[in-house]
Design a protein around this ligand. Structure first.
Ligand SMILES: Cc1cc2nc3c(=O)[nH]c(=O)nc-3n(C[C@H](O)[C@H](O)[C@H](O)COP(=O)(O)O)c2cc1C
Length: 214
């Protein structure tokens, strides 16, 4: 095993350090965030810093990089108060990755990479038609992180659209069956498979597997 100190990490080349530190926190979900700007032009970007904030109310957060580095999604969410989060699947992984390129505001990543905007009900933010698990959110709070000029953007889940075959009777979503990908670092993508599920853990009670047939 190798031991690496923070002073060593500080000396590393920028991209090497970014790869290393981004891998350190482990596998993440990578999703596409769909928005529209003030004049209704659609925008799509890949984000992997998604975090579950709470289930009741249903709150999801993500970290937006400093405005200069990633301006459009954040500005659109601030302007319209709504956005969608769309799971990524292998057949459109390359297109999803390409949305991280710095396109100008007047260019829609949907058109550039060849993904299809889908509009539901009165929601102005576009979903990704090709995605099998997607949800719309309304903006609740943007918390600036002074340490590095990033933002924690928190939204409330308003509507979910998914392939009903992946929803189990207890509410669990079989994301491996949907083929939702996960990511590692800033450019690595993985398929997933379920190892096991366990009952709610309690002290002094034996760890119990959840039956696959229920
Ligand atoms: C795998 C992957 C994950 C990313 N995750 C994030 C993220 O969590 N937060 C972020 O601000 N940018 C992230 N990016 C970079 C954005 O996709 C990129 O800055 C994009 O251009 C933002 O678009 P926007 O200006 O339309 O918001 C990620 C890029 C890749 C390839």
């Amino acid at each position: 095993m190798q031991i690496i100190s923070s002073s060593t990490i500080q000396t590393w080349e920028r991209f090497y350090r970014a790869n290393f530190i981004n891998s350190l926190t482990g596998f993440k979900s990578a999703s596409l965030i769909g928005t529209v700007n003030k004049i209704g032009k659609t925008n799509l970007g890949i984000f992997s810093s998604l975090v579950h904030i709470g289930s009741d109310p249903a709150l999801v957060g993500y970290i937006n990089r400093p405005v200069k580095a990633a301006p459009h999604t954040l500005a659109n969410i601030q302007a319209t108060g709504v956005y969608t989060i769309n799971h990524i699947h292998t057949p459109f992984l390359e297109q999803a990755h390409q949305t991280s390129a710095k396109y100008p505001d007047e260019v829609s990543e949907f058109e550039e990479v060849g993904l299809t905007p889908e509009f539901l009900d009165n929601m102005v933010a576009p979903f990704v038609k090709e995605s099998k698990v997607k949800y719309a959110l309304t903006l609740e709070e943007i918390l600036p992180i002074k340490l590095n000029n990033t933002f924690l953007v928190i939204g409330k889940v308003q509507q979910v659209k998914l392939d009903q075959n992946i929803l189990l009777p207890d509410g669990f979503l079989e994301l491996d069956k949907a083929g939702s990908i996960c990511s590692n670092g800033i450019d690595g993508y993985y398929a997933s498979h379920l190892i096991d599920r366990f009952e709610y853990a309690k002290p002094n009670l034996e760890t119990k597997r959840i039956s696959r047939n229920r």
